[in-house]
Ligand binder design. Structure first.
Ligand code: SF4
Ligand code: SF4
Ligand code: SF4
Length: 172
């Protein structure tokens, strides 16, 4: 049996997991491949992060893990890097993602929850009310900083990141 048949059979049996999304690099990281060219994988930024949200991605380079907490944009990771892997923070956006609410939101399952809105400091999350009069969150991509506070706070793991441009397109 050839490789294609083996993969297809494994997929049909549920043995293949979907490909992982690309890692979210620390804020103000240069665009790839410039980032991975400059970064030596020295790991200096990992312990420098007071929020403890940096860890190694599968490729050995640092990534942000929003399940561990939020980015406060303190810039300690930039200060720890001596290899030029970051942009000048006063001249660039920290990254090109915003948060987006998925179908797993508890409000869509008939359960009351406003946890994401409670932690969103920029006030980017507003709530409408569905047919069951339960709050349903909506994220304004223009106000979202991509800090990830709502991702760690969501008890249903229903929030993920999307590119800012795709979120803005969806909002228009
Ligand atoms: S800016 Fe601060 S909180 Fe955000 S990843 Fe860097 S060190 Fe961590
Ligand atoms: S925290 Fe999660 S489950 Fe709760 S309202 Fe927000 S998206 Fe929905
Ligand atoms: S990522 Fe941060 S700014 Fe954006 S909606 Fe979530 S908590 Fe608010």
């Amino acid at each position: 049996m050839d490789r294609l048949d083996t993969s297809r059979r494994a997929f049909l049996r549920g043995r293949l997991t979907p490909p992982e999304p690309p890692p979210i690099r620390p804020p103000w990281a240069k665009a790839e491949p410039e980032f991975t060219t400059a970064c030596t994988r020295c790991q200096a930024c990992l312990p420098a992060c007071p929020a403890g949200i940096l860890r190694l991605a599968n490729d050995g380079y640092p990534q942000v893990d929003f399940s561990l907490g939020e980015c406060t944009f303190c810039r300690a990771c930039i200060d720890a890097c001596t290899h030029g892997a970051f942009l000048a923070p006063d001249e660039a956006r920290p990254w090109n993602h915003v948060a987006a609410v998925g179908a797993g939101c508890l409000g869509l399952q008939g359960v009351y929850c406003r946890s994401c809105g409670d932690v969103c400091q920029p006030g980017a999350i507003s709530f409408g009310f569905g047919s069951r009069a339960l709050p349903i969150p909506s994220i304004d991509p223009a106000a979202c900083t991509g800090c990830g506070a709502c991702i760690a706070a969501c008890p249903a793991a229903a929030i993920s990141t999307v590119t800012a441009t795709s979120a803005e397109d969806a909002a228009t």
